[in-house]
Design a binder for this molecule. Structure first.
Ligand code: CO
Ligand code: ZN
Length: 328
């Protein structure tokens, strides 16, 4: 799956600017789906029809990533910017960003009273090599993503936008390997998760699933002096019990647990105290959709070097394949 993960993580696609990543995903799913369409807000839906009396199941991974947006160009050609999604100023200093038109920018800081203290966004700017407004290749409202290549280090995979292109890779791989299933499965690659969850929310309304599962990253508690959390990298995909935005539906949660055990996939139970996923929005559509989440443990979430374990990724695919071939 490394080629797929490299392609997905290195592609441009901040929230609201998903055209490029959607085209890349579409090309990967089209040969394996019975139907592919795009929702009015831009989420990509690949449908695999069921063979029998199954349920309608929605799987969602978000295709958007965090980034920055230009808010102002000054007379010397420097850009001011605002974050798209949960970006920290701590990860900005010295970072490179890439705009949709290919322009590369370097993030610099004004002088600060205490240089050891993190800057605020107001103190940061992007240098695109312009000398004034006239030769600045970026306009107000243009978006950029952090520039960092995909890398493999033993079992660990490192890239920007693992959140949630790794979920997209899990969905694509699951669709490719999926044999006949009783269920009608909707593989949804949602837009704007990092800002409003609006892609999955509206896609779920249209699909009317009997059950929904988000596939997204979750934090870990296995790094030096980290916030205590029972999830570790390399111990298998995590079945979400609760996060800051939702409690997983017990039927979905147990379906995933049974699938893991039946497929012989090591798994972990997850309680995430900060952050949420598309599942929080999907469960609140129409009269309510029983929803849960299968998580890929990830270190350094929302930095340009998000790290996952390749075995956890493979385990997530095998778990989903087993679940989709059994009743729920
Ligand atoms: Co995120
Ligand atoms: Zn995410």
């Amino acid at each position: 799956m490394h080629d797929l993960i490299r392609k997905f993580t290195e592609t441009f696609g901040p929230s609201g600017f998903e055209d490029t990543i959607r085209a890349v995903l579409r090309a990967e799913v089209e040969p394996y789906a019975d139907e592919v369409r795009v929702t009015p807000l831009g989420s990509l839906v690949a449908v695999r029809r069921g063979t029998g009396n199954g349920r309608r199941i929605m799987l969602a991974a978000h295709m958007d990533e965090i980034g920055v947006m230009a808010t102002y160009v000054d007379e010397k050609g420097f850009l001011r910017f605002t974050p798209i999604g949960g970006v920290s100023p701590l990860t900005c200093l010295g970072a490179r960003v890439r705009f949709e038109n290919g322009t590369l920018g370097v993030i610099g800081s004004e002088k600060r009273e205490d240089p050891n203290k993190a800057p605020t966004f107001e103190q940061l700017y992007i240098d695109v090599g312009a000398t004034g407004r006239a030769d600045c290749p970026v306009r107000v409202g243009d978006a950029a993503v952090f520039e960092r290549p995909f890398a493999v280090q033993g079992r660990r995979l490192v890239a920007k936008a693992m959140d949630d292109r790794i979920g997209c890779a899990v969905l694509v791989e699951t669709l490719r390997r999926l044999g006949p299933t009783p269920h009608e499965v909707h593989f949804v690659f949602s837009v704007q998760e990092e800002t409003t969850l609006s892609g999955a929310r509206t896609a779920a309304y249209g699909i009317e699933p009997d059950m929904a599962i988000a596939v997204d990253v979750t934090g870990t508690g296995d790094t030096p002096e980290s916030r205590p959390m029972a999830v570790e990298l390399g111990k298998g995909p995590a079945v979400k019990v609760q996060d800051a935005g939702m409690i997983a539906h017990p039927v979905v949660r147990e379906w995933l647990v049974h699938a893991a055990e039946a497929a012989g996939v090591p798994y972990q139970m997850e309680v995430l105290e900060r952050g949420t996923t598309d599942a929080a929005a999907m469960q609140l559509t129409r009269s309510g959709v029983p929803s849960g989440c299968l998580s890929i443990p990830c270190r350094y979430i929302h930095t340009p070097s998000e790290m996952v374990d390749g075995e956890d990724v493979e385990g997530a695919v095998r778990l989903l394949l087993h679940a989709l071939q059994t009743a729920c």
